[in-house]
Design a protein around this ligand. Structure first.
Ligand code: PSU
Length: 302
């Protein structure tokens, strides 16, 4: 059975030339940010990747076709579409098989990128172990994906709405390298630093690319998480955010929000409670991740 897959013009040219490519996800567009900032950000992020010498490949399923790289009109339409599915490993194939439309999460984007032989992917922050997971068992499929699919994911750590210590414990159990970029401590998404030391630290894109290549050479499955801190000028200090996150979590609990709806609900409430500041920070960190991912892709292509 052939997979209905379509490459954008610039991605197919880059693949033919073995030029550096950076995969980008689409859930951040459909479920992570409001319109029109979602589409504006997606465009800016693509431009950041190009300016850093790589080709952007935004990934999504549209009418049953897996797109590797979206044309501008497709990106626009996706950013305004309603009832778009949020796809992960479990439901991606079903969506393609039944002609559906869905945005790809970190897990699904990694699967698609690997199929397309793209080795580097930039996002905002990965999903992880939700607070209260000891009762809800809510753990993002992103963690398992990092353990099995060989793609280097650049994020500002995991989203700070999660239980960060449990998230990083789980990554360690799964054998996923977590590399803080340029600092000793793990970042915490909207904040440049958490109080957790990073398992690994690297200061250059070349080292990060070499580490992924060595994993493959050694036959170790899986990718790596590069935890890239938000630039200090754009961060929201963790102390400022803590009560806001707590309030959003309480509301999610009271309204019985569960499963895939939890992350979009929390991001939306934190946006309202910070009067938009969380979104400004989110945009800054995604762009910062895109620039680093492009540098890593350049090193991988050497
Ligand atoms: N980064 C962001 N905003 C987002 C996401 C990442 O800045 O909305 C998305 C990614 O697609 C990630 C998903 O896979 O959030 C995590 O969702 P969940 O917690 O339901 O697994």
């Amino acid at each position: 059975m052939t997979i209905p897959m379509k490459y954008s013009v610039e991605v197919s040219m880059a693949l033919a030339d073995k030029a550096p490519i950076v995969a980008l996800e689409s859930t951040i567009i459909t479920h992570g940010m409001p319109f029109p900032q979602n589409v504006e950000t997606a465009r800016l992020v693509e431009e950041d990747v190009r300016a850093a010498g790589a080709v952007p490949a935004t990934i999504a399923v549209i009418d049953g076709t897996l797109h590797i790289g979206l044309e501008p009109a497709q990106l626009d339409a996706l950013g305004q579409a309603e009832n778009v599915a949020k796809l992960s490993r479990a439901d991606m194939a079903a969506c393609i098989a039944t002609g559906g439309t869905g945005a790809t999460t970190v897990a699904a984007t990694m699967i698609a990128a690997h199929r397309a032989e793209i080795h580097v992917f930039a996002t905002g922050g990965i999903g992880g172990v939700h607070r209260g997971a000891e009762n809800s068992f809510d753990i993002s499929a992103d963690l398992q994906e990092l353990a099995q699919t060989p793609v280097t994911v650049v994020g500002a750590g995991a989203k700070a709405i999660l239980d960060l210590p449990k998230t990083f414990e789980t990554l360690e159990t799964l054998g996923v390298p977590v590399i803080a970029y340029g600092q000793d401590m793990l970042p915490a998404f909207w904040s440049a630093s958490s109080d957790m030391p990073a398992p690994l630290r690297m200061d250059s894109a070349a080292d990060i690319a070499a580490a992924q290549k060595m994993r493959s050479a050694m036959g170790l499955s899986g990718g790596q998480l590069v935890a890239n801190p938000i630039p200090i000028a754009d961060e929201i200090p963790a102390d400022t955010l803590a009560p806001i996150i707590a309030q959003a979590l309480e509301e999610a609990d009271a309204q019985k929000i569960s499963a895939k709806d939890v992350t979009p609900f929390l991001l939306g409430r934190i946006f309202e409670l910070t009067e938009g500041r969380s979104l400004t920070a989110n945009i800054a960190l995604v762009r910062n991740n895109a620039r680093l991912a492009a540098q890593i892709a350049n090193e991988m292509a050497k």
